[in-house]
Write a protein that binds this ligand. Structure first.
Ligand code: ATP
Ligand code: MG
Length: 220
């Protein structure tokens, strides 16, 4: 489902270059689950973004569902994301001018599918936010925003779900519920799961653990 070959990412700011990922290779099988762990600043979010086609690698290649992302234009990558990918951002990235319900409806409407509202309501119910659906992001707590972003990521029943610290802002009980939801999707819909986490228990539930340090994969 996901294949990463000798991936590298270098940011350029003015004259200076900063290499944040180097020579990363791994693959995640269709329907499998993997956790990316490592210290703050080690490159986890950057790696997740490259795997999901949100950003472009500097070196190496990423294959998602057999499609090589590196050669695609921005629009083509967006199309691949709409088709196959769900993404839960570390900082949620909800659209501030839309309600919780409307945020969850966006990816469904982008695909031109019917019944967006009904599906979005059901998803918000699953994350326990049925009574918050008409709230705007600023009217939601951090954990509630996180759950909206998880509902949005599920909206198109993605083949692969990337989640950046999905339980990071949640209390133990809500975190547990979100965790169950992620693995339910993995089990029932066969969704491949790739998540970044600092939660050791969560990492242990996945089939594969990728440990990165200083932009390099140190163990698998
Ligand atoms: N757009 C950018 N331009 C320049 N440097 C960047 C950019 N984005 C990230 N970095 C740098 O890349 C490194 C890796 O960042 P990244 O966000 O991937 O870390 P992380 O492992 O997700 O950390 P955390 O656990 O704190 O979320 C950091 O040193 C960061 O400062
Ligand atoms: Mg991060």
């Amino acid at each position: 489902m996901l294949q990463v070959n000798q991936l590298g990412k270098t940011y350029r700011s003015g004259q200076r270059e900063l290499t944040v990922l180097q020579d990363i290779s791994f693959s995640v099988a269709d329907g499998a689950s993997a956790a990316i762990i490592g210290p703050s600043g080690s490159g986890k979010t950057t790696l997740l973004g490259l795997c999901a086609g949100l950003d472009r690698a500097s070196t190496g290649s990423v294959y998602l569902n057999g499609i090589q992302l590196d050669d695609l234009t921005e629009d083509e990558r967006a199309d691949v994301r709409n088709r196959y990918v769900g993404f839960v951002f570390q900082n949620f990235q909800l659209l501030p001018s839309l309600t919780a319900l409307e945020n969850v409806m966006v990816p469904i409407e982008l695909r031109g599918e019917r019944g967006a509202e009904k599906r979005a309501v059901a998803l918000l119910e699953r994350v326990g936010l049925q009574d918050r659906r008409h709230h705007y992001p600023t009217q939601l707590s951090g954990g509630e925003q996180q759950r909206v972003s998880i509902a949005r990521a599920f909206a198109n029943a993605p083949r692969i779900l990337f989640a950046d610290e999905p339980t990071g802002n949640l209390d133990a009980e809500t975190g547990q519920r979100v965790e169950e939801l992620l693995f339910e999707l993995n089990r029932e819909a066969g969704t491949t799961l790739v998540l970044v986490t600092h939660d050791v228990d969560l990492a242990h539930r996945t089939q594969q653990v990728l440990r990165i340090r200083g932009g390099r994969l140190v163990s698998e």
